[in-house]
Design a protein around this ligand. Structure first.
Ligand code: GUN
Length: 280
């Protein structure tokens, strides 16, 4: 058996196509969705991400405004900008690109974003809403992961979902989302006693630990769906947390890296921005 390759790039394109239609409608009503992206400092990877977010916004017709602030920006200046964006009726979503330079407190900055504009889903109010199953913004990468699994046609309710990694950005929210879909969810982390054994019980396996090719063929139950959130640079090449060439021999479906989860993250950000504008 060889796995079906889940084409995140094509799925993300389809989602952007649907969003473009919704954006056109909203724009006609004088409610063009607006996303403010705040980039502080000169981290090259962050600059690349911000550029692709802006390009994706333009493609679907979302008004995107990138605020580039110097490395030496103070907390007070950054908070003042966020407050201005919170008040701006043309801005429906605010994204502060992380990580922030040393000296800026991410927690304080995220808490300053209005929960109604927190399209990243990082504000504690949105984290809490996800946890108790109330409506709110959900972090983009986890939302993309669930969307990819749903589009394989595999049902989620009652399945064993194993999540590798417990980060606030991916592991914990992805676990909450699958719980909401009535899966039986296990979260593995660095202290888990036998990670391979836990993984072998997974009908749906989500790898989000940032360890190149950690997940081996004999960690995967034949017929499982495997979603690889890892982006690791090894000898100039981008590889995931899953040994793709080996695992695809046993999985039912698997995401490639790149071209799997990555493109979905931005598609989900655009979707959240359109939702914010619709609700406003
Ligand atoms: N840096 C890396 N991933 C993300 C993300 O999803 N949102 C923000 N704001 N910054 C990031």
């Amino acid at each position: 058996m060889t796995a079906k390759i889940i084409d995140g790039k094509a799925i993300a394109k389809e989602i952007r196509g649907d969003l473009a239609k919704q954006v056109a409608e909203l724009t006609k009503e004088g409610r063009q969705p607006g996303l403010a992206v705040v980039l502080v400092g000169d981290d090259p990877a962050s600059a690349v991400y911000v550029r692709s977010k802006k390009r994706a916004c333009e493609e679907v017709g979302i008004n995107s405004l990138v605020h580039r602030l110097p490395q030496e920006t103070t907390q007070k200046e950054l908070l003042a900008l966020i407050e201005e964006l919170n008040q701006d009726p043309k801005i429906h979503g605010i994204l502060v690109q992380l990580p922030l330079p040393d000296g800026l407190d991410e927690e304080i900055v995220i808490n300053a974003i209005s929960p109604k504009k927190d399209v990243d889903g990082f504000h504690p109010i949105n984290v809490g809403n996800l946890h108790i199953g109330q409506e709110g913004f959900v972090p983009c990468t986890p939302a993309g992961v669930v969307e990819l699994v749903k589009r394989t046609g595999v049902s989620i309710a009652g399945k064993n979902v194993v999540v590798l990694g417990r980060s606030n950005i991916v592991g914990k929210p992805v676990a909450s989302l699958f719980l909401r879909e009535n899966a039986t969810v296990t979260i593995c982390h660095s202290r888990t006693k036998d990670v391979a054994a836990e993984c072998r019980r997974a009908d749906i396996l989500i790898a989000a630990v940032g360890r190149p090719k950690l997940v081996q063929q004999d960690w995967v139950k034949p017929g499982a769906v495997v979603i690889d959130v890892g982006i690791n640079r090894v000898d100039g090449e981008i590889v995931g947390d899953v040994d793709f060439e080996q695992v695809k021999k046993v999985a039912e479906a698997i995401t490639p890296v790149p071209g799997g989860v990555g493109p979905m993250t931005i598609a989900m950000l655009l979707k959240a921005t359109v939702e914010a504008a619709s609700r406003a």
